[in-house]
Design a protein around this ligand. Structure first.
Ligand SMILES: *[C@@H]1O[C@H](CO)[C@@H](O)[C@H](O)[C@H]1NC(C)=O
Ligand SMILES: *[C@@H]1O[C@H](CO)[C@@H](O)[C@H](O)[C@H]1NC(C)=O
Ligand SMILES: *[C@@H]1O[C@H](CO)[C@@H](O)[C@H](O)[C@H]1NC(C)=O
Ligand SMILES: *[C@@H]1O[C@H](CO)[C@@H](O)[C@H](O)[C@H]1NC(C)=O
Length: 336
């Protein structure tokens, strides 16, 4: 049987169309793989904290990455997961509002960074409404089971509560985030008078080990040796295995009182933990005024500035780092 000319032409158009769709599909698959390759190039150990940087290429095509991409805006499975817990007080509403702007306007590449505010039990009636509203709106608050204190174990409660809060193996319906292990590669404890520059923080972490790590600004101020003695409470970071060790070990439990950062260093010494240490001095430092042995002038190579005790110091710091340069132009406003 003979097909007519128009029929044949239609057949040709349709098969061409299919061929083009097939090519597009192929191209997009390759693009996904290529993206993954790029990400893994940045930090090749998404799920295996026990290995170091020479992990094999097999994981590159692992399919778990796609689901995770859905979950984390703008981050992929190759990214480091970092929890920044800022220890503060329930009544510090304005501080939290301000810090949400500071961190909400940073979008670091190569990591998924969660910033959360951490405090102990609420004590006032109005807090029950206001903090609940904040959680409904921002979902960035951790309320520990403790009574507010600075040097009687709040830091211990913070770290030791995290495994139970963040890991949920039993619940079938737990969201994907809870199924990731470790839930965070690194956990940071920070103060609420510190400005963290998240991209610099992430860039400094990418080459570091994912295990047995203790990172921060070493005290005493003139010391550059991360083993002498401990990291300043302005902001120190540990790998997830140390978080679990704090939960399980008897060493921290027996020794809760005292300056929290110093006590923290003593746990690690006594427990022979944190073989890997990183001194982020002078990328972390105290605000230049008033000058002490712990201060440094503002300079481009900055991860954190501490002791931002008033608005003037914050403004000076934010101006120095040009944080509003990316404001998009609009007819709706004009800022000289
Ligand atoms: C894809 O993911 C599923 C579930 O995570 C896993 O069981 C399966 O082995 C994976 N397949 C490949 C090819 O990685
Ligand atoms: C995601 O990343 C792209 C480019 O890296 C950027 O343009 C975009 O603003 C980011 N989106 C969010 C929500 O951060
Ligand atoms: C904190 O609050 C919880 C729940 O309201 C309560 O069970 C717990 O005993 C309180 N803890 C402290 C230390 O007050
Ligand atoms: C801020 O912007 C100015 C002017 O463009 C530039 O000279 C300066 O290096 C920038 N500062 C930092 C810390 O990037």
């Amino acid at each position: 049987m003979k097909t007519t000319k128009p029929d044949r032409r239609a057949g040709f158009v349709i098969s061409s169309l299919f061929f083009i769709i097939f090519l597009c599909a192929l191209a997009s698959i390759n693009e996904v793989r290529f993206d993954n390759l790029l990400n893994f190039g940045r930090c090749p150990l998404p799920y295996s904290p026990s290995q170091f940087h020479n992990s094999s290429a097999i994981s590159i095509l692992s399919n778990t990455s796609l689901a995770d991409d859905d979950h984390y805006q703008n981050s992929s499975s190759g990214d480091i997961r970092i929890l920044i817990g800022i220890l503060t007080l329930p009544d510090q509403y304005h501080r939290r509002h301000f810090l949400r702007m500071i961190y909400g306007t940073q979008s670091p590449v190569g990591a998924k960074v969660d910033v959360k505010f951490v405090f102990c039990n609420l004590t006032k009636e109005d807090q029950k409404v206001l903090v609940a509203l904040e959680i409904m709106r921002y979902d960035d608050i951790i309320i520990l089971n403790c009574k507010e204190n600075m040097n009687q174990g709040k830091t211990y409660t913070y770290f030791s509560s995290l495994p139970e809060m963040l890991i949920d193996n039993d619940d079938e319906n737990a969201d994907d985030r809870k199924k990731l292990y470790p839930p965070y590669h690194y956990v940071l404890k920070g103060d609420d008078d510190v400005y963290f520059r998240l991209q610099s923080l992430v860039d400094s972490l990418i080459p570091l080990p994912r295990e047995d790590l203790y990172y921060g600004y070493v005290i005493p101020c003139p010391s550059m040796d991360p083993f002498v003695h401990y990291m300043s409470g302005m902001g120190y970071l540990i790998s997830w295995d140390i978080v679990e060790w704090i939960r399980e070990s008897d060493i921290p439990k027996k020794h809760l009182e005292g300056p929290e950062d110093k006590v923290f260093g003593e746990w690690l010494r006594e427990g022979h933990r944190a073989k890997n240490r990183y001194n982020a001095k002078w990328s972390m430092y105290n605000f230049p005024e008033p000058p002490t042995r712990c201060t440094h002038e503002l300079w481009p190579d900055t991860i954190a500035v501490h002791l931002l005790k008033n608005q003037e110091k914050w403004i000076q710091t934010l101006k120095y780092f040009n944080v509003t340069d990316n404001l998009k132009p609009s007819k709706l406003y004009h800022i000289p």
